[in-house]
Unconditional design. Structure first.
Length: 402
């Protein structure tokens, strides 16, 4: 007797293959999600997508390049990784009985199905680029909703930049994307502590962009000082033109040439010194200026300033990783949310296009998932972390290092 799957009839032999694949998937994700729950959601996702959309988002063509490289599609595995990431992200700090209640809830299951399909529709900018195997054991944080969406926005911006090198502040957009994607790639591989210096770099580029994006008449000065940095890095000698400008600098109390090399361009920003009285040649000075000019963004800037300072221990200190990896997931996601989301909106505005990716409202998704993540972050405590990892040993850094 023929059986059916996703509305397609097949022989009993194929049914055995489907069941075998499901058993393998259950084993692969054991300890991260209940096997029966994973397969149920996976089958609901595939049924709701339909064969046409599965073929649209996963290429099953047999190509010689795939035969040579061994690179091919694995739709069920990819979909299961999405399901696990979304479910685990929603389950952070929830007691076990609440997680079990969600797994039995019709409303929660449909939510999980819908959000998984959202991510599948973004995969040409997302999971198509992800590693099949992790470098270090731990959580697949890049499959968690917000990091996935941030990676997607970064990929889309990269495509936009490569297609148009005439964009104003091109180098600053590139700097945000370069640092952001690099940090997310390290998050993917569980190289968590090493992502912080890159987040710090992304923040620095973003803050410069906030100043120069609507003051493009001063962008030439930024480019001049950027080229001074390039010249200095090549020969370790300050260019003569730079030395002349340094002698005439606005803040004579600042004696460090290195600070002026990185931030001397602020001398040419109108009104900068009306607000900035201390440390003008620094990120602190730039944030002070932006707070005064952008009253609606003060809370965001204060949050970025706080997290920027926290990067110091990872950039210059001896800290490599925290005991609780989920804390890194929180902090890295929050930093990159402010930076990547807002940079994406700036670039879309400059290009005169809607902030959509293939018709999908990525900003709505990111804002929705940031709200969930930030509430979890605000509720964090040692007790909450300990309880989380007691019930989720597969993601515990301590268990991985024993």
């Amino acid at each position: 007797m023929k059986k059916s799957f996703m509305g397609v009839s097949f022989e009993p032999g194929l049914k055995a293959i489907v069941e075998q694949n499901n058993d393998i998937l259950k084993r692969m994700f054991k300890g991260m999600i209940k096997g029966w729950f994973l397969i149920d959601i996976k089958e609901r996702v595939m049924k709701e997508l339909g064969v046409g959309n599965i073929l649209k988002y996963y290429d099953f063509q047999w190509l010689h390049e795939r035969l040579v490289t061994g690179i091919g599609e694995a739709p069920e595995y990819d979909i299961c990784r999405m399901i696990v990431g979304i479910h685990r992200a929603h389950s952070i700090f929830l007691p076990n009985d609440k997680i079990r209640e969600n797994e039995k809830s019709r409303i929660y299951r449909q939510r999980l199905v819908s959000e998984t399909i959202e991510k599948i529709k973004l995969r040409f900018y997302g999971s198509v680029f992800f590693r099949k195997n992790l470098l270090f054991c731990g959580e697949e944080f890049l499959y968690y909703p917000l990091p996935y969406e941030l990676f997607t926005m970064s990929s889309k911006m990269s495509q936009m930049l490569m297609a148009d090198n005439g964009i104003r502040c091109w180098q600053l957009y590139y700097g945000v994307i370069y640092n952001g994607l690099s940090a997310l790639s390290l998050l993917e591989s569980n190289l968590l502590g090493t992502a912080y210096p890159l987040c710090r770099g992304a923040i620095e580029m973003y803050l410069r962009l906030l100043i120069l994006n609507d003051r493009t008449e001063f962008y030439d000065w930024y480019e001049k000082f950027r080229m001074f940095e390039v010249q200095y890095s090549c020969c370790q000698v300050y260019p003569e033109e730079f030395n002349v400008l340094f002698e005439k600098r606005n803040c004579q109390d600042s004696k460090a040439k290195a600070d002026y090399l990185h931030f001397g361009w602020v001398d040419f920003i109108d009104g900068y010194y009306n607000t900035v009285k201390k440390f003008p040649y620094s990120i602190h000075g730039i944030i002070t200026f932006l707070k005064d000019k952008s009253k609606d963004e003060v809370l965001e800037l204060e949050q970025l300033e706080k997290l920027y300072k926290s990067c110091h221990a990872y950039t210059h200190g001896s800290i490599q990783t925290a005991v609780y990896p989920i804390l890194h997931y929180f902090e890295i996601s929050i930093m990159l949310y402010y930076v990547i989301r807002n940079t994406f909106l700036l670039l879309c505005k400059e290009k005169g296009i809607e902030s959509l990716i293939d018709g999908n409202d990525i900003i709505y998704m990111a804002d929705r998932d940031f709200e969930i993540l930030y509430e979890q972050y605000e509720n964090r405590s040692t007790e909450m972390f300990e309880r989380h990892y007691a019930s989720n040993p597969s993601g515990n850094y301590k268990s991985m290092t024993k």
